[in-house]
Design a protein around this ligand. Sequence first.
Ligand SMILES: [Zn+2]
Length: 67
Amino acid sequence: MAEGDAPRVEYACERCGSVAVTRDAWAEWSLENQIWALSEIFDFAFCHTCHRETRLVERAPRQDPRP
Ligand SMILES: [Zn+2]
């Protein structure tokens, strides 16, 4: 890690530790960029391994692809 870089984090399911988790959010159409841009992110989290609602834990990445 280069000096001055903030340590990277990942979010995982508090129940099973999987990183296959998503949050509820709104996407708003950006006329300028021609993409659906995130405008709001909500607290609701879903684990796609447990297939149910979960809470997220923030942790250091288990596998960091950055050299
Ligand atoms: Zn899970």
